[in-house]
Design a protein around this ligand. Structure first.
Ligand code: NAD
Length: 260
């Protein structure tokens, strides 16, 4: 299940989980396309991979912009010849009680997670079909694809939505060799989570230590954060798994916070 000779495009790969997915798949032989809003940080990740002997390029991409998504995917195909793996990972978090949730923030969050997943899938799957080799599409879900938490109405809605998209893509893509799965992390210390700790402390009226212990990690089996490496290894496994035996699934990686 090597990634040698494969081309993987990862959105939101300039930071956090996406960055680690890119570096891990590069180590396993894939050429990597780092797609992110933040071009300077994307370029730095691409350089890190190249300096370690891998193949990588950075493309600037706002995943909610259809033209930008199509252009970035085309740049990747022009340089590396195909797209074999798509990791739709770009995401943000916005928390408010539902009665105070600004509608524009609700729409922004849903758009980045769901429109982004749709547009990148639509652009990449055409190349997977055209190559005749199929491919692997991996959506970055969350334990919040299965569970709810207070203050996260938009995020929980979006992450549940990805399960539906993955199942449809699995059915449509299966006969042509395209697999679609969702990886569902528990809490991982990335900039996205570091931003939430003080926000949740303020919103819930508790200390930051209590947010970590009694909100974020309360339901885990051991009080531990999941790591970017845990997620990247799971993504790389799915990227390299080369038949339809695993498709339309979600894999929860959360120290037992959610058990399916
Ligand atoms: P992060 O903030 O470290 O990285 C997110 C990246 O996405 C950034 O580089 C950012 O520039 C990019 N991005 C944001 N909006 C974009 C857009 N419109 N177009 C292109 N790129 C965009 O976050 P992270 O924690 O690594 O999260 C990555 C994914 O993992 C998200 O989908 C998130 O919901 C999911 N996730 C994270 C956790 C966690 O605990 N960190 C848990 C479960 C799921």
């Amino acid at each position: 299940m090597s990634l040698q000779g494969k081309v993987a495009l990862v959105t939101g790969a300039a930071s956090g989980i996406g960055k680690e997915c890119a570096i891990t798949m590069a180590k396993q032989g894939a050429a990597i396309v780092i797609a992110d809003l933040n071009m300077a940080a994307a370029e730095a990740v691409a350089q890190e991979i190249i300096q370690a002997g891998g193949r990588a390029m950075a493309v600037v991409m706002d995943v909610v912009n259809e033209e930008a998504v199509n252009a970035g995917v085309q740049q990747a195909v022009d340089k590396f010849g195909s797209i074999d793996v798509l990791v739709s990972n770009a995401g943000i978090q916005i928390i408010h009680p539902i009665e105070e949730f600004p509608f524009d923030e609700w729409k922004k969050l849903l758009s980045i997670h769901l429109d982004g997943a749709f547009l990148t899938t639509k652009a990449a799957i055409k190349h997977m079909y055209a190559s005749g080799k199929g491919g692997a599409i991996i959506y970055m879900g969350s334990v919040h694809s299965h569970e709810a938490s207070k203050l996260k109405s938009a995020y929980v809605t979006a992450k549940h939505g990805l399960l539906g998209l993955a199942r449809v893509v699995a059915k449509e893509g299966g006969p042509r060799g395209v697999r679609a799965n969702v990886v569902c992390p528990g809490f991982v210390r990335t900039p996205l989570v570091d931003k939430q700790i003080p926000e949740q402390a303020a919103a819930l009226g508790i200390s930051e230590a209590d947010v970590i212990k009694n909100v974020m990690l309360k339901e885990t089996v051991d009080g531990e954060f999941t790591t970017v490496a845990d997620i990247a290894n799971t993504v790389a496994f799915l990227a390299g798994f080369d038949n339809n035996a695993i498709t339309g699934q979600s894999i929860v990686v959360s120290h037992g916070w959610f058990m399916q």
